[in-house]
Design a binder for this molecule. Structure first.
Ligand SMILES: N[C@@H](CCC(=O)N[C@@H](CS)C(=O)NCC(=O)O)C(=O)O
Length: 213
């Protein structure tokens, strides 16, 4: 049997989707949560000097989206054909662009940078949130099955649903925003409920360590 170890900091953020894919697949895996105090001693041993890193029978793989794609392909949630795979990749890349656009806001919310979080919320977060959630809504409408791509779960459903959940703060997130921002995006709210009701995902969310981000 393959041994999976997912090393990341003791937060959800970039480690959470790989963990959820493994949980969805019913895989036993080592949920390795590295304290900040230990990080400087092991940073240089990582493929890109960052976390998360997935170890597959001891072999390391860096970059969160590469990890998610690899695991999703192993467990059948990477899209059902090359076209769907490409669409899944497009959403993942767009999400990365969105996160780059709101990076300063996120850094301030996480306490890693100084700044006026209310101004950043209004000027940086909100316009980018609206722009991107409209894109995601278009994909949901086009699928018609409650998933972003095709008529079954893909890993980008986990990616977007966790972000929605963080914004809605049903997991006590530092990223909690006013729930009224979803007034124009009811499809995304319904999507989050649907994805987080999948039995293995629901169980994971109920039993994972509670963290603020
Ligand atoms: N593009 C990379 C970014 C990785 C990254 O920046 N990880 C952060 C945590 S979210 C990290 O390792 N920070 C510690 C450091 O750079 O020393 C990915 O998605 O895996």
């Amino acid at each position: 049997m393959v041994h999976y170890k997912l090393s990341y900091f003791p937060i959800r953020f970039a480690g959470e989707v790989p963990r959820q894919i493994l949980a969805y697949a019913g895989q036993n895996f080592e949920d390795d949560r590295i304290p900040q105090s230990v990080w400087p001693t092991i940073k240089s041993k990582m493929p890109f000097g960052t976390l998360p890193v997935l170890y597959v029978d001891g072999k390391p793989l860096g970059q969160s989206h590469a990890i998610s794609r690899y695991l999703a392909r192993q467990f059948g949630i990477n899209g059902r054909c090359p076209w769907e795979e490409a669409q899944v990749n497009a959403i993942a890349d767009q999400f990365k662009d969105y996160f780059n656009e709101i990076r300063t806001y996120n850094l301030v919310k996480m306490g890693f940078a100084e700044g006026d979080s209310e101004k950043l919320y209004a000027d940086t977060f909100l316009p980018n949130f609206k722009k991107n959630f409209q894109f995601f809504t278009n994909f949901l409408k086009s699928s018609g099955a409650g998933f972003l791509i095709g008529d079954s779960l893909t890993w980008v459903d986990l990616l977007i649903a966790q972000h929605t959940s963080d914004l809605l703060s049903d997991s006590g997130s530092v990223f909690a925003a006013s729930s009224s921002i979803f007034d124009d995006f009811p499809e995304l709210k319904a999507h989050q409920k649907k994805i987080h009701s999948i039995p293995n995902i629901k169980k994971w969310i109920e039993t994972r360590p509670a963290t603020p981000l």
